[in-house]
Ligand binder design. Structure first.
Ligand code: G16
Length: 544
């Protein structure tokens, strides 16, 4: 194999965020930009010669050319085998499963998740380690450091690979296997859930469903699993064809972006169950007829009912949530007497807990839930989990949610996002918040007395690593919280996220609208951070 060493110059902005490197496509198309980052990853890893790398992406614009570039670089750097999803497609959870199933050295996943796609939109790349999960911070820090000094990258002189032909090709000592992206994942799902019960519930008409694939990666997965295997009618999956630009929409599963789904779920003719997933298939939004389930509640409800799912019938070892996720799952863990861990935002922080067998389920407010079956959050897994629950409990989504609140109380929750805020203003907001922290404890604002005010720092209980500055928390005596964080996944300016949470034990007040119930906290958040005052905006861009 003829290998070329190409001279390059470093870029100074290749610091991975919450989930890999995400930039505008045009940034990735700069000479050597993608190559530099991939070579920085390979230069930071050790011992992969002759080993297997899994490769696939969410099919967004630039996916195919990027895969061809990476194939040649992986070959030149000494990988022995590449497993690639047909057409260059793999959902993030399917990639995680394929890494694990094949004992691969690692994988490269090309996605900018829920961010829009197209020539003027976003692209992304992240490295997953051998457990199938996102590379922990010690890796991503090393990639960044290497990218600052890199001066060359290696590539092999190979013809482009036919990504559409399933099968194995041997090219100058390199084994390239193109796999169907869905088969292994569908088998995994059948080993977790009660597919016979699901088939019966769907064929008898007890469960009617609507899944919005948002023209992203889950289309083929949902069609195979929900329609071909479980027998749902073809119209049950909408926007099923993956498109490079997601049809011009944000493939972001929330009520604002999954508009068609939202309209139908909040109509008199709504099906029993509705859900959506994102660009790369790891997020989920759960709805029922005329009800939206917050991701925090969904995690808590899953934890409380996991014993009804075949794979979790023995109970859960423990649960985990990201810090800004509501404390609903903590109440379930306390009731079942199992550990509950609080981690920083980012799925990578769950990896060690899952590997060590300390937790079985985990989730985040950002529409992510998952379990120890892979090392990524998993959108369709969450959908099947809920379908299995509905079939077992013979209850509607609304009844399941209300019964849960009745038993555990309701953690009324919402998140306000201010997007594309100028960096200087965003940093000013964070500094302003920081400066108030020492004086806040003990102060009373209306019915809220501050119990603690700090910046979240996390010590991994498995490897002892410490991650600091993971969000500003203001906690109140009554258990309510306001949390402020700058997102690590945006590509334009800064996104300020404000997370608001209040516990309500009284069942007669459980049906309140969250914005109304949280109005006083929303006012306090503005008093503390001054985002409206400093940006001149009157409301958040997104409320979830
Ligand atoms: C990623 C991470 C998640 C995180 C989310 C939001 O999700 O994998 O762990 O919660 O971003 O992060 P931030 O608040 O920093 O924007 P995804 O689906 O975008 O890969």
């Amino acid at each position: 194999m003829q290998i070329e060493t190409i001279t390059t110059h470093p870029y100074n902005d290749q610091n991975p965020g919450t989930s890999g490197l995400r930039k505008k496509v045009k940034v990735f198309q700069q000479p050597g930009y993608l190559e530099n980052f991939v070579q920085s990853i390979f230069d930071s890893l050790h011992g992969f010669t002759g080993k297997t790398l899994v490769l696939g992406g969410d099919g967004r614009y630039f996916n195919r050319p990027a895969i061809q570039i990476i194939i040649k670089m992986a070959a030149a750097n000494g990988f022995g085998k590449l497993i690639i999803g047909q057409g260059g497609l793999l959902s993030t959870p399917a990639a995680s499963h394929i890494i694990r199933k094949n004992n691969a050295f690692g994988g490269l996943i090309l996605s900018a998740s829920h961010n829009p796609g197209g020539p003027d939109e976003d692209f992304g790349i992240k490295y997953n380690v051998g457990n199938g999960g996102p590379a922990p911070e010690k890796y991503t820090n090393a990639f960044y450091q290497r990218s600052l000094t890199i001066d060359s990258y290696k590539t092999a002189q190979l013809e482009d690979i036919d990504l559409d032909r399933i099968g194995t090709q041997q090219i100058e000592g390199l084994n390239i296997t193109i796999v169907d992206p869905v088969t292994d994942y569908a088998e995994l799902m059948q080993s977790i859930f009660d597919f016979n019960l699901l088939k019966q519930s769907i064929s008898s008409g007890y469960i009617t469903l609507l899944f919005d694939a948002m023209h992203a990666i889950t289309g083929p997965y949902a069609k195979r699993i929900l329609i071909d295997i479980l027998g749902a009618i073809p119209d049950s999956v909408i926007n099923a064809e993956p498109l490079e630009d997601f049809g011009g929409h944000h493939p972001d599963p929330n009520l604002a972006h999954a508009q068609e789904l939202a309209e139908r779920m909040f109509s008199p003719a709504a099906p029993v169950f509705g859900a959506a997933s994102d660009g790369d298939g790891d997020r989920n939004m759960i709805t029922g007829s005329n009800i939206f389930v917050t991701p925090s509640d969904s995690l808590a409800i899953m934890a409380a009912n996991a014993h009804l799912i075949p794979a979790y019938a023995q109970g859960l070892r423990g649960v985990a949530r990201s810090m800004p996720t509501s404390q609903a799952v903590d109440r379930v863990a306390a009731c079942y007497n199992i550990p509950c861990y609080e981690t920083p935002t980012g799925w990578k922080f769950f990896g060690n807990l899952l590997d060590a067998g300390k937790i079985t389920l985990c989730g985040e407010e950002s529409f992510g839930t998952g379990s120890d079956h892979v090392r990524e959050k998993d959108g369709l897994w969450a959908v099947l989990f809920w379908l299995n629950l509905i079939a077992r409990k013979r209850q509607s989504v609304a009844d399941i949610v209300h019964e849960h609140w009745q038993k555990f109380g309701r953690d009324i929750y919402c998140r306000h996002d201010y997007e594309a805020v100028e960096m200087d203003i965003a940093n000013g907001i964070v500094e302003h918040l920081r400066s108030q922290l020492p004086a806040l404890p003990g102060q009373t604002f209306g019915e809220y007395t501050v119990k603690y005010a700090d910046e979240f720092s996390y010590e991994d209980s498995v490897d002892g690593s410490v991650s600091s500055n993971q969000g500003i928390r203001i906690g109140f005596e009554n258990g309510s919280r306001i949390i402020f964080r700058l997102s690590g996944t945006g590509t334009v300016g800064a996104t300020l996220r404000i997370y608001l949470e209040r516990f309500e034990a009284d069942a007669s007040k459980h049906d309140q609208d969250a914005q109304v119930a949280l109005a006083e906290l929303i006012g306090l958040a503005e008093q503390f951070c001054e985002v409206k005052k400093r940006t001149g905006r009157t409301e958040p861009d997104v409320v979830t």
